[in-house]
Design a protein around this ligand. Structure first.
Ligand code: TRP
Ligand code: SF4
Length: 331
């Protein structure tokens, strides 16, 4: 029996190369060895965006298109939107009954976000309960493993505590304790060498056209010591080189290293080479796949309907079990 995996992302905007090389490549590989459920966490997005929910629907569809383009395969995985499976809300409500307030208040991610997120009022019931909904997402599918980034580890720990408390209270082993699979931070940096992030405006998006993409590459900062073409450069201090290492083959990487350190070619040419490598290899494949799905929203909807069916089946079964155990069923 394959182990079951569930993971999700909030639909808050276009995905970028950091998501590809961090989470999505990892998800893609897990499809071969695990039974995977991949969820668009639109209810979680609503917790942050409740004052301005207008973009959630479009962002959800766009995100699914990004996933499909990157190789998340509906034949192997169940892809669905959280809000379409009402059992998420139902289980979250029930888990909320037995989750002590103190566990939520001392959650470090919660405290950090309250401090850091500006411009919105997050002193809501829903935001405090964010990790309870996340626990429901995971437990509804009895997932064994949950690939997540470092910032989500405290949510996973809380999920495990909820599982133990549930078992202690009702003396029944309904949920396995899910294990976090830590997704390594992607090696890729943003265009300005800070962490790649939408909020820094330094991201290369999966949905960028070739034109936008080339423009972004040409704006990258290179080794500041290379002012003139005749100045030898230090590839290890250059972001263009680190992108080249990620996307080009070994031969090309060596070539770039040589021409930079021996001052044989200038940075403008070097960037053009990089853009060309990226526009022909994997990124091109993703871009083309993305366009096919973007043109065929009906197909994307079919994929989601299919994923929802599979998710719903599991979710209904778990909820029936939980309600029975908690005497929430009419005799
Ligand atoms: N909270 C996660 C994030 O912001 C998204 C998420 C929601 C999630 N439900 C989940 C991740 C369940 C893993 C499992 O990235
Ligand atoms: Fe960077 Fe290429 Fe310029 Fe060297 S030649 S500094 S690797 S952009």
């Amino acid at each position: 029996m394959k182990k079951r995996v569930l993971s999700g992302m909030r639909p808050t905007g276009p995905l970028h190369l950091g998501h590809l090389l961090g989470a999505l490549d990892n998800w893609r590989l897990m499809q071969e060895t695990h039974e995977c459920f991949f969820m668009v966490a639109d209810l979680h997005a609503l917790m942050g965006e409740y004052e301005n929910p207008a973009l959630i629907r479009q962002n959800s569809i766009e995100m699914v298109i990004d996933w499909l383009a990157c190789g998340i395969d509906p034949k192997k995985s169940s892809i669905f939107i959280q809000s379409q499976i009402p059992e998420h809300a139902e289980l979250a409500l029930i888990l909320g009954m037995l989750t002590p307030l103190g566990w939520l208040e001392r959650n470090p991610t919660y405290k950090e976000q309250l401090r850091e997120i500006e411009g919105r009022d997050l002193t809501t019931f829903g935001f405090l309960g964010y990790p309870v909904l996340q626990a429901a997402d995971i437990l509804l599918y009895k997932a064994h493993q949950v690939p997540v980034g470092e910032d989500q580890l405290s949510h996973l720990e809380l999920t495990r505590e909820i599982v133990r408390r549930f078992k202690f209270l009702y003396k029944k082993d309904v949920f396995p304790e899910p294990e976090a699979l830590l997704t390594k931070q992607a090696r890729i940096l943003g265009l300005d060498r800070r962490k790649m992030s939408k909020s820094y405006g330094n991201a290369v998006n999966l949905s960028d056209s070739e034109e936008v993409f080339n423009k972004k590459i040409s704006s990258m900062i290179t080794d500041p010591a290379r002012v003139k073409l005749t100045d030898p450069g230090h590839p290890d201090q250059c972001n263009v080189y680190s992108y080249t290492q990620i996307f080009a083959d070994a031969g090309k990487v060596k070539e770039v290293y040589d021409w930079c350190t021996a001052a044989k070619k200038g940075c403008t040419d070097c960037k053009k080479e990089l853009a060309s490598v990226m526009n022909h290899g994997r990124i091109r494949e993703i871009r083309e796949k993305r366009m096919t799905f973007a043109k065929d929203e009906a197909l994307v909807r079919d994929i989601l309907r299919e994923g929802e069916k599979k998710a719903s089946e599991v979710a209904k079964k778990t909820m029936a079990e939980v309600k029975e155990l908690l005497h929430l069923v009419a005799d």
